[in-house]
Design a protein around this ligand. Structure first.
Ligand SMILES: N[C@@H](CCC(=O)N[C@@H](CS)C(=O)NCC(=O)O)C(=O)O
Length: 230
């Protein structure tokens, strides 16, 4: 039975921009598993699979439904042990958890600050209304206020990426010689930025740029071929 991947889209269903959904897209490609994408807008999420999800990605594999990109990665390694390991074993799962928390606490707020208004602008009207209300309540300011003077966050983001840059001086991937889920975690964050941000932010040269380029080219260039909102 075909694996279904519910993933976040903009007003244009081809614009798939969620960092967490990109983690799962890359995970499925890493495992060599075919899947059918189900583009899902913010306001459609509560209606999918009989209300089983509050967020995407959501994976449906036969009768099994799994949410959360990390849980999906664990499920894929357990269910498809004969395909390339995604997490890299039990010890690596614990370390991967650090990478997830680092990315979420250090990169996501800066990326959100850089592209939240841009994300709003690529959504359908009904999703714009939901997104503005939900996010403005969370950030306690308007999207426009967050957007104003956002350029200062570019330098902050480049500084936040320093641990990755230093790591990549000695190895090709966070996973070592080959990419693992931990790579896709950070890739997802930068791909989110690449697809949504209306100003150039990503490093153009150096270790992080080269690593990101390699990942964009993997799996027949799936990441590079992604349609951007800008
Ligand atoms: N920890 C979850 C986070 C998933 C998540 O936050 N997804 C966002 C899209 S990037 C979402 O569905 N948000 C729903 C909303 O904001 O209403 C994972 O790794 O999958």
């Amino acid at each position: 039975m075909t694996i279904l991947l519910y993933e976040l889209c903009g007003a244009d269903e081809e614009i798939l921009f969620s960092p967490h959904c990109w983690k799962t897209r890359m995970s499925l490609a890493h495992k060599g598993l075919e899947f059918q994408s189900v583009p899902t807008s913010f306001t459609e999420i509560p209606g999918i699979e009989a209300g089983k999800a509050k967020s995407v990605p959501l994976l449906k594999d036969g009768d099994t439904i799994v949410g959360d990109s990390f849980e999906i990665a664990k499920y894929l390694d357990k269910t498809y042990p004969d395909t390339p390991s995604l997490l890299g074993g039990k010890e690596a799962i614990a370390l991967t958890n650090f990478v997830i928390n680092w990315s979420q606490s250090q990169l996501h707020p800066l990326i959100g600050g850089l592209c939240m208004k841009d994300i709003h602008d690529i959504l359908a009207d009904v999703d714009q209304t939901y997104f503005r209300k939900d996010r403005e309540a969370k950030i306690k300011m308007t999207l426009e206020n967050l957007h104003d003077g956002r350029e200062v966050k570019i330098d902050m983001l480049l500084k936040a990426l320093l641990p990755l840059k230093l790591l990549l001086k000695n190895q090709s991937y966070i996973g070592g010689d080959t990419p693992k889920f931990a790579d896709y975690v950070v890739f997802g964050a930068l791909q989110w930025l690449r697809i949504t941000c209306t100003i150039p932010v990503l490093p153009q040269e150096g270790e992080v740029a080269e690593w990101f380029d390699r990942l964009l080219d993997m799996y027949e260039g799936m990441g590079r071929a992604a349609k951007a909102g800008v």
